[in-house]
Design a protein around this ligand. Structure first.
Ligand code: NAD
Ligand code: GLY
Length: 352
């Protein structure tokens, strides 16, 4: 199955996302695969058996979000210069979202930009991170604060790689699928309610649908000046939760699941979502084993954290809220007392 991204207005950045067994890939150029030891041990052999290139190099960086930083980028760039890659050379991001984001960013910097392709190996990176060209790294001020919009030349999604993914990582990716279903596509939401994502065929179809939705959004708004912000549904809350828990308690997708529940509570308060719909969404998250509860200790501090998010502009936060299931509303003018009342409901005594 091939899903094209056709940018609007028309541009030369268009590319295809292939969802299938990894095909044989031939490139008459110098290529460097960027990966980590975990993925290399499990899947590099498979990739190498499918690759025919003029000259091949492999760069491994340590596994983990902690290594998504400028030091890793410097390390990769140094290696590329050592290999004497030229401006026609290409990088292959082979791994999860961390590898994808670092590789894309390194590609955007090397000699002012060389091509790269994405071969994502986690569910989260297959349905979200590998598509759309957001690349970057973290620094001491926060996550993804350094980066660029830099589109890959192609994305190859092979669900077979997920066979070795730990269950918790797999489930975290499902949160991003539920995210796009709730905000963009009621039919897809129903589909997710009815299928078993542990079934390979159903999973492949569900990945394809999530990617189609994301590709459509990115094509309309590459640089997030409008509709792409909807992909941040649940994230405004999730970023505070991740920060409060030192990025060590929850995987990103898990924090997004809790963030979705919080955003829904706000949407209910504003009359955009009814309680039954909110319950349906929460049940689906719980059905897949995602967390949906969180105790806010200090509402004022939680609220203040919203303003540290890079997506808050001019000290105003735009909340992405569901409008029923399958539609969204961007709300920038919500009274702070209303937001705090909702947060209060997640306060220690009141949380379930
Ligand atoms: P990750 O890249 O850290 O991968 C999670 C873990 O799974 C790692 O230990 C990894 O080595 C391991 N792994 C990867 N593939 C495997 C496989 N097939 N079998 C066994 N283990 C495997 O985490 P992630 O959830 O893929 O990505 C999270 C990152 O993605 C964050 O840094 C986040 O900021 C970024 N992100 C980017 C975008 C974007 O649009 N660019 C969107 C969402 C998230
Ligand atoms: N993950 C959100 C985006 O790509 O915009």
């Amino acid at each position: 199955m091939i899903i094209p991204i056709h940018f609007q207005p028309k541009s030369s950045m268009d590319y295809e996302i292939t969802i299938d067994e990894l095909p044989c890939l031939r490139f008459d150029k110098r290529v460097a695969i960027i990966t980590n030891p975990t993925i290399a041990a499990l899947h590099l052999e498979t990739l190498l058996s499918k690759l025919e290139v003029r000259e091949l190099h492999i760069v491994e960086i340590p596994d983990g979000e902690a290594y998504k930083n400028m030091e890793s980028v410097e390390f990769i760039l140094d290696k590329l210069f050592g290999f004497k890659l030229d401006r026609k050379s290409m990088l292959i991001a082979f791994g999860g979202g961390v590898i994808g984001d670092i590789t894309g960013f390194s590609a955007s910097l090397y000699q002012r930009g060389i091509d790269f392709i994405q071969i994502p190996t986690t569910l989260l990176s297959q349905v979200d991170a590998s598509v759309g060209g957001k690349t970057g790294v973290n620094n001491k001020y926060g996550k993804n604060l350094i980066g660029s919009f830099y589109q890959p030349k192609a994305v190859y999604i092979d669900p077979k790689f997920l066979d070795t993914l730990p269950l918790r990582e797999f489930v975290a990716g499902i949160a991003e699928m539920i995210k796009v279903a709730v905000t963009f596509d009621a039919e897809y939401f129903k589909y997710l309610q009815s299928v078993d994502l542990h079934d390979k065929e159903m999973l492949k179809e569900a990945i394809a649908k999530a990617v189609t939705i994301k590709a459509d959004v990115v094509a309309k708004d590459e640089k997030e000046s409008g509709i792409r912000a909807v992909l941040n549904y649940g994230h405004t809350f999730a970023h505070v939760i991740e920060n409060e828990t030192n990025y060590s308690t929850y995987l990103h997708g898990e924090a997004v699941a809790i963030g979705i529940v919080m955003a829904n509570a706000l949407a209910c308060k504003l009359g955009l979502l009814d309680e039954h719909e909110a319950k349906q969404i929460k049940s689906l998250l719980k059905h897949y084993g995602l967390p949906t509860e969180y105790s806010i200790n200090d509402v004022e501090s939680f609220y203040e954290h919203f303003f540290l998010d890079k997506k808050s502009a001019n000290n105003a936060i735009t909340f992405v809220l569901p409008q029923g299931i399958g539609d969204f509303k961007l709300k920038a003018d919500i009274d702070s007392d209303v937001i705090k009342e909702v947060l209060q409901d997640f306060g220690e005594e009141k949380s379930e």
